[in-house]
Write a protein that binds this ligand. Sequence first.
Ligand code: GLP
Length: 266
Amino acid sequence: MSVSHRSLRLGGMNVAVFPDAEAASLAAVDSLIEILDTARIRRRRAVLGLATGSTPQPVYAHLVHRHRAGVLSFANVSTYNLDEYYPISPLDPRSYRSYMHRHLFSQVDIAPHRAHVLDGTVPEAFAAAHAAEFDRWIEADGGLDFQLLGIGRNGHIGFNEPSDLTVAEALRLPTRLVELHPVTRADAAREFGGENHVIPRALTMGLAPILAARSIVMLAIGAHKAEPVARALTAPMTALLPATLLQSVADKVTWILDEPAAGRLA
Ligand code: GLP
């Protein structure tokens, strides 16, 4: 990571704190580019797990910029997104398929059949089968080289919401259909024009396939993330705060924060 930052180690994980949001986003971009470069040198496809939300938008903007400058290609990349509302049409502007299309897929040279987002249009009776199939696609692609994550205000990752499962049970969670937590619904209210309009369910990659990625970057920006970040890094592992479960694979996780998101760390 090029820009000056302070390094911490919490919960066995590397934590890099950057002066501002731009520097933190660029550090995430650098780690993604390193994955693409390594894959290119090894003449194999890079397999990326991607996230949505406001946090990664500048990351995608930088990737698009570099692609346009002719220094970055997605021709040998496949991607798997963390989650999607259910049910939702991919054409709905609030769908994560549509978000990914706008911010990345339509702007770079990724092959359409390698840009995977869970399908919010599968019949409900087939949702579980579709979710299981998604996990098999990732495995068949050789597993995720890299997973980009954001953190919800309630500590969720993807749409793996707080639950009273044991840690062992939570770590085994596969990709599946879930109900959104009230805090998640409140946070999505703006996009949906009111909390009552938020689609209350989603398909999410499970904690098991997320944590199986060979490297994981958690990007958190802004003071509103300071509390969940501090809790996830310092509390013992619990399914009540899914981001604490990153501690179970600590050696492959890097947290990239801006100073406000690190504001509650000692
Ligand atoms: C949503 C997504 C998560 C994301 C989180 C944080 O709930 N399902 O994958 O990490 O929001 O979003 P934001 O980056 O907008 O704070």
